[in-house]
Design a protein around this ligand. Sequence first.
Ligand SMILES: [Zn+2]
Length: 206
Amino acid sequence: MQIRILLIVAAMAGLLISCQRMASKKVIPASITYLTREAWGANPPVLPMRSHTLTRLTIHHTATRQLPEKTLGDKMRSLQKFSQAESLLADGRMKPAWADIPYHLYVDVNGEVGQGRDIMYAGDSNTAYDPAGHLLVVVEGNFEEEELTQKQMKTLHLLVPALAKRYKIPADSIATHKDYAQTACPGKKLYTEVGQLQQLVRKQAD
Ligand SMILES: [Zn+2]
């Protein structure tokens, strides 16, 4: 009898988890090409992660040059490999091994979106701020020097309002990495776009 109850509870928990997965998949607007973890062949997380409740959306850049000739799948796999290993950073500091990709969503140079860390878990950072509660969106490029592509712009204009709506994130809580930590991220050319993204979120809330 008790075993039967246990089985029912386990089945219900499984259903709940798959519903949450579906919800995070459905939140990406249909016109955006979306590569799930399954589609790019993600490895499982290598360490435990902290679950969190989303209250903010925070934008980053990869700080590396845009790579139009590489596929999104290749980029996700190499980002995961870098993320899950301990490695030496450009500034000489050591980065510890992280459970997984530190960001939840990756917007590539063609405006396609790759699924990073499961949105239900807090991300990671090399800088002194706690990313718990932040939905982390990273945009491919070094926006201190490079411009966003039209396709990246178009994706952000659709994606950010959709995420804000789904996770009830107010316009004022749409910000960037440098609003929380000592960093140039997301670069000055992406930083100036944030006002427009907040506008779009504000408009849909009216
Ligand atoms: Zn950043």
